[in-house]
Write a protein that binds this ligand. Structure first.
Ligand code: COA
Length: 162
C-alpha cells in the first residue's frame, strides 16, 4: 500500500508578493504540512519537524497556479523518519500539464504523549527504487550524527581551552 500524501492548492493573492510571485514561505508551509501528514499517518503519533535539507526555488510560481505537494516516508531510523517532498506546479489555462518545481527531504520525529521521541515501525521496502532511496537517506542520517558528534567535540575542546 502506498504511503504517499498529496496536497493541492490554487495560489491566491494573499500568498503572493505584489507582482504575483508566490512567497517561498507559503510553499515551505505546504511542504511541511504534507511531510507532517505523511509521517503522522505512517507512525500514528504526533510528529515534529527536526530538519529540512536544502531548498532551491528554480521555477517561478504565480498567482492562480495549481501547486501539488507529494510526500512519502522513504526512511525510518529509531524515532525519526525521512520524508521526501516533491512539488509540482501547473498553469491551469495552459496545456503542458504539471512541471517539477522543487523538492526537499524533511526529517520528522515521532513523539509520545509526554513529548519524548518514540520508536517508529520499520519501513516495508518492496521495490528496488525504495531500497535505493532508503540507503541514500540512511547515509544522510549517519552524516547528521557524525556532524553532531564533531560539533560536540569542538565545543568540548573550546570549553577545555577557555
Ligand atoms: C526534534 C526533537 C524532538 C529531537 O529531540 P532530541 O532530544 O534531540 O532527540 P534525539 O537526539 O534522541 O533525536 C531523535 C531522533 O531525531 C533525529 N534528529 C534530531 N534532530 C535532528 C536533526 N536536526 N536532523 C536530523 N535528525 C535529527 C535523531 O537522529 C534521532 O533519530 P533516530 O532516533 O531515528 O536515530 C527536538 O529537538 C525538538 O523538539 N525540536 C523542536 C521541533 C520543532 O518544534 N519543530 C518545529 C515545529 S513542528
Amino acid at each position: 500500500m502506498s504511503n504517499k500524501i498529496y496536497l493541492s492548492e490554487v495560489m491566491m493573492p494573499s500568498q503572493t508578493n505584489p507582482s504575483g510571485n508566490v512567497h517561498g514561505g507559503e510553499l515551505m508551509k505546504m511542504m511541511d504540512s504534507t511531510a507532517y501528514a505523511a509521517a503522522r499517518k505512517y507512525c500514528r503519533a504526533n510528529v515534529v519537524t527536526a530538519r529540512v535539507d536544502e531548498l532551491e526555488f528554480h521555477t517561478p510560481i504565480l498567482i492562480g497556479d495549481l501547486v501539488t505537494c507529494t510526500a512519502e516516508v522513504i526512511y525510518v531510523g529509531h524515532t525519526s523518519m525521512e520524508v521526501a517532498v516533491n512539488v509540482e506546479v501547473e498553469v491551469l489555462e495552459a496545456e503542458q500539464g504539471p512541471k517539477h518545481a522543487l523538492s526537499a527531504y524533511f526529517t520528522m520525529v515521532a513523539l509520545d504523549r509526554n513529548g519524548r521521541p518514540m520508536t517508529v515501525p520499520p519501513l516495508n521496502l518492496e521495490t528496488e527504487e525504495q531500497k535505493v532511496a532508503f540507503e541514500a537517506a540512511r547515509q544522510r542520517h549517519e552524516l547528521y550524527h557524525e556532524r553532531k558528534k564533531q560539533r560536540e567535540e569542538a565545543r568540548r575542546q573550546q570549553k577545555n581551552s577557555d
